[in-house]
Ligand binder design. Sequence first.
Ligand code: RIB
Ligand code: CA
Length: 361
Amino acid sequence: VTASQLSPGPASGQPAPASAQKVFLDCDPGIDDAFAIVFACGHPGLDLCGVTTVAGNVSLARTTANALAVLEFAGRPEVPVAAGSVRPLLRPPVEARQVHGESGLGGARLPDAQGRPTDEHAIDLLIDTVGASPGEIALVATGPLTNIALAVRRHPRLVSQVADFVIMGGSASRGNVTPAAEFNIASDPEAAAIVFGAGWRVTMVGLDVTRQARATGAVQERMRGLGRLGRDLLLPGLGGYYGGEAAPAHVSPGDEAAPAHLRPGAGEGAPGVAGGADGSPPVHDVCALALVAEPGLFGCLPARVEVETAGRLTSGMTVTDFRAPGEACNALVATSIDVPGFWDLVLATYARVPAAQDPGR
Ligand code: RIB
Ligand code: CA
């Protein structure tokens, strides 16, 4: 289903068409994770069948509460949510509250969820759901890979039971928390090493493409036409990146956190819009779901990806070898994105969510 084929009208509350791709999402909401959840709820070609949460951007308690609140806000309270790992396998917990705010949703203030997570642990919900529908469910992970690593260790056959496995994480170029490492991988390199070595093909949607998916001023102007969805989640979420302030100067240039004059595309977008004219915030995690929904928007290349776990300066680096022989390749790495096509798809998908049809107060 492409953007032009998306029919207007609310998506949620209607059963997904039989042809829809089942998706199971492991995430750490997080502003862009929340945007990814809404995308999965709105796209007619996706059928979100389960959500698990992991500590990452903020604590496990907050990522779980956020997942529940976003699903209810998007009109999908029936999607089961199970909480998972409270910290990385070995390393101390890291959080990104300076990026996503204390709540994890930036400036967005959603109604507290009425529902609760299931009593099952995330790993059991993931294994049971995929195991009940072998070959049918695309597993997507947009946070640290702790839950996924524990799941493949507990149930190795998971790698052959998924229809596909797509992550937002890593980078074949430079990182965003260090010059070498991207946040999801850097948070739990040991988990990532287990996941990339588990025997499945990992589709890695990394910073190489996601840092191009920036919500510029022009994009944010289009979000203003999306009723409560734009007013209560998308715009305040984006506005809350780094508390809406300029990011600290210590981070590497070219990232959402880089000093304004060092960011790529300086001068794009409307000044004074969240993220500023030059550092518009990227919606990293939405790219992973967009690739499942419309793979033609991305260019991908096979590669051998291994995760550095011991490097003093490079821990968490996804060392990507595009020259590896076919039989050694364990990953499909996204290397290009049709940015206008991506935003057309995302905004058309968001327009199908009931909250986008509701002007609210
Ligand atoms: O590096 C970007 C990733 O880290 C995204 O998944 C974001 O939500 C954070 O978890
Ligand atoms: Ca995330």
